[in-house]
Design a protein around this ligand. Structure first.
Ligand code: ADP
Ligand code: MG
Length: 266
């Protein structure tokens, strides 16, 4: 590949691999996501191109920034900014059980919610919001990435009917055949926040049937003492069984304890 040195593999994608690369012109580290198009159905190929298409149109400080894309030898390549801090899932594993301070969690929450507010404001559903798809920069910012199954909603009737995403983070209405909505992303945000406070998945089971059962029942273990009522209450509302009862991204950012946080770093 001209102008780019491949350094090492940093991830394994659902359709390809993720590499750390260095751009020769400025020695900058970038991430190269490659998708082997040769074995894909035309639908899968379409979806791979969709990721590039969606990401290329987004510009937000809390969304992984797109650099360029190209196709070569039946592969689709996507170049984007490298987030040196890795993903939040790995970060949680490295805590070895030590709880993450609320200040830190809220700072991340605000940034992820801002990214979601931006996406939803542009009629885009992420549909795969999970700690493995939230990246940390060297300076501690968080950026939402992996738009592999994101979708532009053209109208409220445009249904995203297939069951997609990671089952751990799937909202109960999806199992009832109700189409994916903004509020399904909000549910997943609640699951991420739950994971950041408890260091474990909100719902876990040995097989899909048991997982579906758990999610539908909606009962989760309590959040550790030490976190404020405001934060626990927010997690509960994000994970409301009824989608309409979940706040929108903008409503989350309007909460007074969140606004106080935002004001404190201005
Ligand atoms: P997939 O569709 O395979 O889940 P992702 O975009 O989530 O693709 O990438 C897979 C993994 O590669 C991530 O979980 C993360 O560990 C790593 N990764 C991807 N993009 C970046 C990035 N911009 N910065 C740092 N790590 C990344
Ligand atoms: Mg991913």
């Amino acid at each position: 590949m001209e102008g780019i040195d491949i350094l090492r593999q940093i991830g394994r994608g659902s359709y390809g691999s993720v590499w750390l690369a260095r751009r020769q012109s400025d020695d900058r580290n970038l991430v190269l996501k490659s998708v082997d198009l040769s074995h894909l159905t035309s639908e899968q190929e379409e979806s791979a191109r969709q990721e590039v298409h969606i990401l290329a149109g987004l510009k937000h400080p809390n969304i992984v920034s797109y650099k360029e894309s190209f196709e070569q030898d039946h592969h689709l390549y996507l170049l984007m900014t490298y987030c040196e801090g890795g993903d939040l899932f790995t970060k949680i594993r490295h805590q070895n059980g030590a709880l993450i301070p609320e200040q830190q969690i809220v700072r991340w929450l605000i940034q992820i919610t801002m990214a979601l507010q931006y996406l939803h404001g542009h009629s885009i559903l992420h549909r795969d919001l999970k700690t493995q798809n939230i990246f940390l920069t060297r300076s501690g910012l968080v950026k939402l990435g992996d738009f592999g199954i994101a979708k532009v909603l053209n109208s409220s009737l445009d249904m995203a009917t297939t069951l997609i995403g990671t089952p751990y983070y799937m909202s109960p209405e999806l199992f009832a055949g109700i189409p994916y909505s903004y509020k399904s992303d909000i549910w997943s945000l609640g699951c991420c926040l739950y994971e950041l406070t408890t260091l474990k998945h909100a719902f876990q089971a040995h097989d899909i049937a048991a997982l579906v059962c758990r999610i539908t029942r909606g009962k989760v273990d309590g959040i550790p003492p030490g976190y404020t009522f405001d934060l626990k209450d927010l997690i509960n509302s994000l994970m409301s069984h009824t989608p309409d009862l979940r706040p929108s991204a903008s409503q989350v950012l309007q909460k007074s304890f969140i606004r106080e946080h935002i004001a404190s770093f201005l």
